[in-house]
Design a protein. Structure first.
Lengths: 139, 139, 139
């Protein structure tokens, strides 16, 4: 049993889904495991992880529209507003999605389904550099 | 340290929770690990995983009612509608729940709490065959 | 490759976020792994896990306010009410957050980001003793 780790950075420019499936696949390939698991871990509380359909771009547009309606920027409910109207909504959206996702490695490949992509979900308006730890374990 | 993998299929017939705790327990037993972890991974973007109470069936009914109210089929917000009024809501419900869940194996058994069941959460109306990868790791 | 497990108990006194980052760090330190992963697993269906900002206490206040507005106690939608008006909302809030979280261990430390804390999210009003299994794996 072996393990490998790597920290990658995803540059973001506003709210949206930023796919890093290819980076995760490359890392899995480099790790050289035929059976095992990959964990992706997001080191932030105003961005998160999500697995979503990667075929029709409208899915990403609709997902954003839903989260923005559910947790609107500038919601009068929030007290924590000093860092901007999009800060507390970003924390809530992160809580509603994932900080870590574990994907099995089967026959040397990530077990992502046909339509599944692995995304960083950016919730802040300003550009950010987001750090994700990839950890592969297996043999 | 050893590991085992198995892909199981859950047949669904409309929105609802489909328990596969027994399949996960059987696989854990077959893997023969006294200490370790089990990861369940759902290979779809319109069905997901959730751990919920398995005692009163009303809990499942209420959970569905909540998600249907929060993300109604045919919501005018959505542009991605070609695959039906329940397609985009299915993606959103998947994002709001889990694609992967990791459960420790303690003294040869899954560490599920007394009232916890492991469920596939189907979000589409039509029947589907849903694939879940089980991955056990430990010794 | 080695592994260690420990069950910890978090005492709660009403809805809120109860941080156990220090307990997770101590356990990781005791396990003595330089590279690996820590999984935290919550054995309940009316309390859950979440990673959130641990700097400004208002973030926790706002997060609670949001979840209480989204899933209000005594919601007329729910049938499962025998265990109290806060019971079914607790199950829903658990489904919307996490039951298990996996964090990489990098250079002998949890890869929590600068502002990330690891919390038990209590959803019930009455005091509870909540059991969390910690599982460290690596070398």
């Amino acid at each position: 049993m072996r393990q490998e780790q790597k920290e990658i950075t995803v540059m973001t420019s506003g709210p949206g889904l930023y796919e890093f499936s290819d980076a995760a696949r490359s890392f899995t390939h480099e790790a050289g495991l035929s059976m095992g698991q990959l964990t992706a871990y997001c080191r932030h509380t105003s961005a998160s992880l999500v697995i979503q359909e990667n075929a029709d771009p409208d899915v990403q547009r609709d997902l954003l529209a839903f989260f923005n309606r559910l947790v609107p920027d500038g919601d009068a409910l929030f007290v924590h507003t000093m860092e901007g109207p999009d800060d507390m909504p970003a924390h809530v959206k992160s809580a509603l999605t994932q900080t870590s996702i574990t994907i099995p490695i089967v026959r040397s490949a990530l077990a992502l389904g046909t339509w599944q992509g692995l995304y960083l979900f950016e919730h802040r308006r300003k550009p950010h550099a987001r750090n994700i730890v990839l950890h592969a374990l297996g043999e």
